[in-house]
Ligand binder design. Structure first.
Ligand code: GTP
Length: 374
């Protein structure tokens, strides 16, 4: 059986264009930044391949150069998607530099066949290697399966691309034009088919994983302030309390309530009330240490569970919080707070109840203060 490279390339083009059109149709337009970058990469590939395959017919150096620019840009877009899905990746500048250098060198050195083939393929191989590096670098939140699949596809493409570049640059006599039926051309085109299908599946799984992560975050946070919601707080606080009791470590809980919050709503409107809640939430987050749990307990009440902390640390937190709010340029509401420390047999509810009683006393004693539970 002989494989006709012309036919493979036409089918490949149909495949690439079909993928570029199908992705936004299936995924929708209103997707995350990473998913949009992935869709953009598919479009850039489709435009790049179309230009690449029609260029020799028009005999146009600039159409070929445009195709190089599109293909190089598609790798940048894939890198951007990975940078979001996997967490900050290294190599961004090099990726961008290659996306400029590949088409620029190709266009300027177009007259020399060995140079342009060697240059562009070496550049693409390097971009693919950078994508592989991004996939292989640690990413604790992402599944290894889709990363492994995409990594395998891109690594194989990098090897074939480099192989093609070396042949074109240094063994030009033995390596004919990419549309001639040559083993490396057939292998590259077939591999591209498989890699396109498998890596598209891999990227779609990455997108689903992102959506699941987003849902988990939404389910555990308060929409207005971005703090933990009451339910998520209770789940995590239970573990923190159990650990503190096992290792006999001190733990403090602060219940904080905005003073006369109803007045803010009534006099300045609901939007001003919401802004006051966000201001307090920001100050709480900024005043907390790593490991402390900060939640919106409901309405205008907040809760902070401080690890390795007793009454002195709770008082220091309260002071830091008030100082921070006093520095707010647009002013900030007053707060009342109640603090309680963990007893050996406490449950979360008992701890919260004591802090709540202290908060109640703070309100009764005139507001704007911290009261420690007895
Ligand atoms: N803007 C806004 N208001 C809220 C939100 N949740 C609860 N509230 C309002 O918060 C107000 C709480 O009022 P109160 O419980 O009387 O408390 P307060 O006015 O702060 O009085 P003290 O706690 O005694 O100082 C109510 O008017 C609620 O409608 C919210 O998400 N946004």
């Amino acid at each position: 059986m002989t494989l006709d490279i012309q036919t493979i390339l036409v089918v490949l083009l149909a495949n690439v264009i079909g993928t570029a059109v199908a992705l936004p149709v299936l995924m929708g337009w209103r997707v995350s930044r990473a998913a949009r970058a992935f869709q953009g990469a598919a479009v850039a590939q489709a435009v790049g391949w179309t230009a690449f395959l029609v260029a020799p017919r028009i005999g146009d150096r600039w159409v070929s150069t445009l195709s190089m620019a599109c293909l190089a840009a598609s790798f940048v877009l894939l890198w951007t998607a990975l940078d979001t899905w996997l967490g900050k990746r290294r190599g961004h500048r090099l990726m961008l530099a290659l996306a400029v250098a590949v088409p620029a060198g190709y266009g300027l050195g177009f007259a020399s066949y060995p140079f342009r083939v060697g240059w562009s393929n070496a550049g693409f191989a390097l971009q693919l290697a950078l994508l592989c590096f991004a996939l292989a670098s640690p990413a604790p939140h992402a599944s290894r399966r889709w990363r492994g699949l995409v990594l395998l596809c891109l690594l194989a493409l990098a090897v074939v691309t480099l192989w093609r570049g070396v042949l074109g640059a240094f063994f030009t006599e033995a390596y004919p034009f990419y549309r001639a039926t040559h083993p490396v051309n057939v292998a590259a085109a077939l591999l591209y088919h498989v890699a396109l299908a498998l890596s598209t599946i891999g990227f779609l799984v990455a997108w689903r994983e992102e959506a699941e992560r987003e849902l988990r975050v939404q389910a555990s946070t308060d929409g207005l302030t971005g703090l933990l919601n009451r339910q998520a707080f209770a789940g995590r606080a239970g573990d923190v309390i159990a650990a503190a009791q096992r290792y006999r470590e001190p733990l403090a809980l602060l219940m904080i309530d905005i003073d006369h919050f109803k007045r803010i709503n009534d006099t300045r409107g609901h939007a001003a009330g919401d802004e006051a809640l966000r201001t307090v939430a920001r100050a709480l987050k900024a005043s907390a240490r790593r490991g402390d749990l900060v939640s919106r307990h409901g309405g205008e009440e907040f809760c902070v569970l401080m690890t390795h902390a007793g009454m002195a640390e709770a008082a220091a937190f309260d002071r830091r919080l008030r100082e921070r709010l006093a520095r707010e340029p647009d002013g900030a509401p007053g707060l009342s707070a109640g603090a309680a420390t963990l007893l050996p047999d406490d449950t979360l509810d008992q701890l919260v109840h004591r802090a709540d009683q202290a908060l109640y006393r703070a309100k009764a004693e005139g507001r704007g203060r911290l009261v420690h539970a007895a």
